[in-house]
Design a protein around this ligand. Structure first.
Ligand code: AMP
Length: 186
């Protein structure tokens, strides 16, 4: 069986996390969410957590080398042999290039990229509704996160354009999940 290496990308509030979890369960491969890993580090009060806490609260990106190292370590684990779903990574062109290099070195199959497309207006509403639970879900940081996405992460789509599957991210969780499954043909 060949590997199924996926990136699930899209702006904050697009539903990446929800869809990544569903896909991981369905396909039997791990969801690797850099945001979750970083939040755990913050909660544990580790050295890494202390370094990234303030950056995350502002809605900015933590340094590339920090997340690249996290992902490299995580992808080397046994459970990633059949494949993986990256959720929230890569978020910059540098991260995308680092991922390509490390997959190449490990002689792994190229990633396929699923991009959830949702208009800004809908995103703001969704994030606010999700709100309060997360330290970076205030109105102010939402604006920053959308801006960071536009400036730093949207260009990553261009980098992967030959392998990009664009999915309409408006609809019920189940509908969107079906669209993704159809697009990746599993
Ligand atoms: P998320 O849960 O994916 O929205 O991530 C929450 C926060 O973690 C982001 O706003 C960033 O501060 C940080 N973060 C998560 N993934 C990355 C990444 N790939 N590169 C840089 N920062 C990240």
């Amino acid at each position: 069986m060949s590997e199924l290496n996926l990136i699930l990308t899209g702006p904050p509030g697009a539903g990446k996390g929800t869809q990544a979890k569903l896909l991981a369960k369905r396909l039997g491969i791990p969801q690797i969410a850099t945001g979750d890993i970083l939040r755990e580090a913050v909660a544990s009060g580790s050295e890494l957590g202390q370094r990234v806490k303030a950056i995350m609260e502002r809605g900015e990106l933590v340094p590339d080398e920090v997340v690249i190292e996290i992902v490299e370590e995580r992808l080397a684990r046994e459970d990633c042999v059949p494949g993986f779903i990256l959720d929230g990574f890569p978020r910059t062109r540098e991260q995308a290039e680092a991922l390509e290099r490390l997959l190449g070195r490990a002689r792994r199959e190229a990633v396929r990229v699923v991009s959830l497309v949702v208009p800004d207006q809908v995103l703001r509403q969704r994030i606010l509704e999700r709100g309060q639970g997360r330290a970076d879900d205030s109105e102010e940081t939402i604006a920053t996160r959308l801006e960071v996405y536009r400036q730093q992460t949207a260009p990553v789509l261009d980098y992967f354009r030959s392998r990009l599957l664009e999915i309409d991210g408006i609809g019920s969780v189940g509908e969107i999940n079906s669209r993704i499954v159809e697009a990746i043909e599993v």
